[in-house]
Ligand binder design. Structure first.
Ligand SMILES: [Zn+2]
Length: 142
């Protein structure tokens, strides 16, 4: 039986916390800019952001604006709302971000039937308002 349309998770069910290493990502998302943590020394990207570059141990960071596009690296189809337990189709995706060496972002895809999501498909960022004025990057087919 087909799953049907994939939904973004309801924003009013989502709450985040930030720390000094992650705040620039979330501040950019508020402005509908997709960014990722890039080492200020060697240029290697890393997501999630961390205090030290795993490649060269530098603490310097850049937060460049990315194109907002990417490729589905992996995904899963879920059939229950994690907050309420009700029937609800959503598709967590791991997106390989364009404009980076190999940074990947875990998100959701919507605007497509869950059955039609494929590894390797091109996706485009969209913006899902969540609690406390934050905005979550989500993806739809490009
Ligand atoms: Zn580095």
């Amino acid at each position: 039986m087909p799953y049907g349309p994939a939904h973004a998770l309801p924003g009013d069910q989502l709450t985040i916390t930030t720390n000094p290493d992650t705040a620039p990502f979330w501040e950019a998302a508020k402005e509908h800019r997709l960014t990722a943590c890039q080492c200020g020394e060697c240029g290697h990207f890393r997501m999630p952001p961390s205090p030290f570059c795993p490649n060269c141990q530098s603490t310097k960071k850049n937060w460049p604006d990315l194109p907002g596009t990417g490729t589905v690296f992996s995904y899963a189809i879920c059939s229950k709302n994690p907050a309420t337990g009700e029937d609800f189709i959503y598709v967590p995706v791991v997106v390989q971000l364009d404009g980076t060496d190999d940074a990947r972002l875990i998100s959701n895809i919507f605007g497509i039937d869950a059955d039609d999501v494929r590894i390797g498909m091109k996706v485009q960022v969209e913006w899902n308002p969540i609690n406390d004025g934050w905005v979550l990057p989500v993806f739809r087919p490009a």
